[in-house]
Design a protein around this ligand. Structure first.
Ligand code: FE
Length: 196
């Protein structure tokens, strides 16, 4: 099988422009779809949405239980939609002795309407291969040095089952408002490569 070297692959923006030109040559105007995608990526699918979910779960135990039972229905309560092909949202609760981290070994799947689009490193072959085989080493390289006695679970996303990590609420935040709590929740923490 022929594999082009990276030096023969045009930069992303050139490839995207070529696809748009090819569609236009077929009489298909992709500009509206592209504009909608850019709008969603930059203004709608933001990790602040997932942060609101996490903060509510921290302060509202009944909500937390609904979230763990059926993530998709629970985020919908907060007005957060998921595409039809994201059939399930499984929420993985971190504890003092358990840590969860997610990946997509096939490509780049995340619950992106909830936690934001995947970071570039999430799509890298190195992360996708190594987080499964040498999880603790990869997390340490990313700045998260887990204690040896902490259980670690790695979850491989599929097209129809998406995951998000429910981080452990930091002990010093007991008096904080839901808004203050949401402000400390990061995309990395909802992927599981950081703890708060
Ligand atoms: Fe994927």
């Amino acid at each position: 099988m022929l594999t082009p070297s990276t030096s023969t692959i045009a930069p992303l923006h050139q490839r995207a422009a070529a696809i748009e030109a090819a569609l236009q040559a077929q009489g298909i105007d992709a500009s509206a779809g592209i504009a909608q995608g850019v709008h969603n990526a930059e203004e709608v699918w933001l990790p602040e949405r997932g942060a609101r979910v996490v903060a509510k779960a921290w302060v509202d135990d009944a909500y937390r239980q609904r979230l763990l039972r059926n993530g998709k229905a629970a985020v919908a309560e907060l007005g957060i939609e998921m595409p039809p092909h994201h059939r399930h949202l499984v929420v993985l609760e971190n504890t003092a002795s358990l840590h969860n981290v997610i990946c997509c070994t096939l490509c780049s799947c995340t619950a992106f309407t909830v936690t934001g689009l995947p970071p570039d490193w999430y799509k890298d072959l190195a992360y996708r291969a190594r987080i499964v085989r040498e999880s603790r080493t990869v997390l340490r390289e990313m700045g998260l040095d887990l204690p040896h006695d902490m259980e670690l679970r790695v979850w491989d996303t599929t097209a129809d089952t998406r995951y998000m990590v429910l981080p452990l609420r930091p002990a010093h935040t007991q008096d904080w408002s839901q808004e203050q709590l949401a402000a400390i929740v990061t995309k990395d923490a909802m992927i599981g490569v950081a703890r708060l």
